[in-house]
Design a protein. Structure first.
Length: 208
């Protein structure tokens, strides 16, 4: 088990990292020309271990974008999709909760030093209260069955929104793309799919 302050996968061997990316061979979602929308690619990574091929949330490819004013837009590709309505609802609501909670993760109070002391305890309780409120609000938000354009093709999607933040689940063949972030950006950006490029490996690395 990795320590709390270490990123998941920190102790993976090179072979394990390559294997995770190789399992994702095929197309993944991305924002086409993100600079057009004032967005910059901040992170791209594979999350999960791929240990359960029946769980669509087990392994996903994330591209995280941030705008010049700090707004975040995430484009996630599930390695395996699902047509189970309950799973789709859980996935899209979790994506919306994550988008709404993102600012909380960056809001570290001044004077908080280490995982001890009253400052940390108060900040942690405030965080937990805020997270509970977010989850409760997201759970009450109605699902919308509408359409979303990927690769210039309109696909049926499941959408959920709270205030000015939205998440959409778009099934694509045997995969699915989830886009989350500010509604005015999510509704305007162009989403396309393409094979994973060499990530972290350089020109001499394995190609997917």
């Amino acid at each position: 088990m990795h320590k709390p302050d270490e990123p998941a996968g920190a102790h993976e061997s090179w072979e394990q990292i390559v294997a995770r990316f190789a399992r994702f061979s095929g197309v993944v979602g991305e924002i086409t020309d993100p600079l057009t929308w004032g967005l910059d690619l901040e992170e791209e990574t594979v999350t999960g271990t791929g240990g359960d091929d029946r769980d669509p949330t087990e392994e996903r490819f994330l591209r995280a974008y941030v705008s010049f004013v700090g707004e975040a837009v995430d484009v996630e590709t599930l390695r395996i999709g699902t047509d189970d309505p309950e799973q789709v609802e859980d996935i899209v609501r979790a994506a919306l909760s994550g988008a709404l909670a993102a600012p909380l993760h960056n809001d570290v109070p001044e004077g908080t030093e280490g995982p001890t002391g009253a400052d940390f305890a108060d900040a942690y309780q405030d965080y937990r209260s805020a997270m509970r409120a977010i989850v409760e609000e997201v759970d009450l938000a109605p699902l919308q069955h509408t359409a979303f354009v990927v690769d210039d093709v309109s696909y049926p999607c499941v959408r959920v929104a709270v205030r000015a933040t939205v998440a959409v689940y778009v099934p694509l063949a045997d995969r699915a793309v989830i886009v989350s972030g500010p509604a005015d950006l999510v509704d305007r950006v162009d989403i396309s799919t393409a094979p994973i490029r060499n990530l972290l490996h350089g020109d001499d690395g394995p190609r997917f």
